[in-house]
Design a protein around this ligand. Structure first.
Ligand SMILES: Nc1ncnc2c1ncn2[C@@H]1O[C@H](COP(=O)(O)OP(=O)(O)O)[C@@H](O)[C@H]1O
Ligand SMILES: [Mg+2]
Length: 319
């Protein structure tokens, strides 16, 4: 994976993205002033504990949020603001130029359609390709993912293992050579060996197609393996962002430090205190009730700030 963003403009710029859900219990502040860029051919990992708002960010970009969501901000892609597109326009972007790999293949694959047809279908719909030709291309993709036997094209998802279906889903989302792939917890629920396989397959295809990847995961080890940069999210906010190796070697935000201390290889220390409510989040820094370094200042909100040039950003009064 190459770091090319010195020479290129970002292909996706998310600016001031906030998402609130109206619920009977009150407003859920699921994403708050989220901002990041994705450059050509890079992998940006969005990491954080379950419930911190990662999927909400992905769904917002693709306009896949339910009707009770109130969205603010911008997601600039190819001179368009994805958040402002009409349904017809955004559906052209989805799959074609930006595609999402969801966590659970059994929810995204159609149980009653042969896998070959499912992989080939986007080519028929978006590229107006003939059925026969589209199946040729689909077969080529499947064999690159290690599912080369002709007979597999005619099988149904229920005849495949979870790992095979995961690969089918990856093939489906890459078949149109999108510029950006959003992988939402692509390895969740898979055992370690399978997770490693899926990860290397994603990497292989990224290299092959030259797409950029927004990798959404709660698994920092996975992020460490394949991402160029990491953005750490806590309670709807990005609290730290930087080159993967810098963030892992020298985490700045106390939450990032705490998250890394949870890793088995770093001592398995759980984070003290409970995750905050998104309906009534803490004032100021949302991590302050759990932070060992909190001071009076932390009752006030800190903007995410650039330090050490453009590469590193952190939202903490210590810096
Ligand atoms: N449709 C919805 N209505 C109300 N709250 C929601 C809805 N979707 C997600 N949320 C809430 O938004 C927060 C972020 O969710 P999510 O993005 O799925 O977290 P993650 O992907 O990081 O695990 C959670 O508190 C979740 O309960
Ligand atoms: Mg999620």
């Amino acid at each position: 994976m190459s770091m090319r963003h010195d020479i290129n403009a970002p292909i996706l710029q998310v600016v001031g993205l906030s998402v609130r859900f109206e619920t009977p219990l009150g407003l859920v502040h699921a994403a708050d002033d989220v901002a990041f860029d994705i450059y050509e051919m890079e992998t940006l990992a969005l990491v954080g504990e379950t419930g911190c708002g990662k999927s909400v960010v992905a769904s917002a970009i693709m306009q896949l949020l339910p009707g009770n969501a109130v969205v603010e901000g911008k997601a600039l892609f190819s001179k368009m603001d994805l958040l402002k597109l009409e349904e017809k326009e955004i559906s052209r972007v989805r799959g074609n130029e930006i595609s999402i790999i969801f966590q659970n293949p059994s929810l995204s694959l159609n149980p009653i359609i042969e896998v070959g047809e499912q992989i080939a279908e986007p080519l028929q719909v978006h590229r107006k390709m003939a059925r026969r030709e589209s199946h040729q291309v689909a077969k080529g993709f499947l064999s690159r993912l290690g599912l080369g036997e002709r007979s597999l094209m005619r099988m149904y998802p229920f005849q495949f293992s979870g790992g095979m279906n995961q690969r089918v889903m990856i093939a489906t989302s890459m078949i149109l050579s999108p510029k950006i792939i959003i992988a939402d917890e692509p390895t969740k629920g898979l055992d370690r060996a399978l997770a490693r396989d899926v990860t290397s397959e994603i990497e292989k295809i990224m290299d092959l197609t030259g797409a950029s990847l927004l990798l959404i995961t709660h698994d920092i080890s996975l992020a460490a393996m394949i991402s160029d940069r990491i953005a750490v999210m806590y309670c709807g906010e990005i609290v730290e962002m930087g080159k993967c190796k810098d963030v892992l070697r020298e985490p700045l935000h106390p939450y990032t430090c705490a998250l890394l201390d949870c890793l088995p290889e770093r001592g398995f220390k759980p984070i003290a205190g409970a995750s905050p409510s998104m309906i009534d989040p803490p004032q100021g820094c949302k991590f302050h009730p759990r932070c060992p370094y909190k001071t009076q200042e932390c009752m006030q909100k800190q903007r995410i700030r650039k330090i050490d040039g453009d590469e590193r950003q952190v939202r903490c009064w210590q810096y």
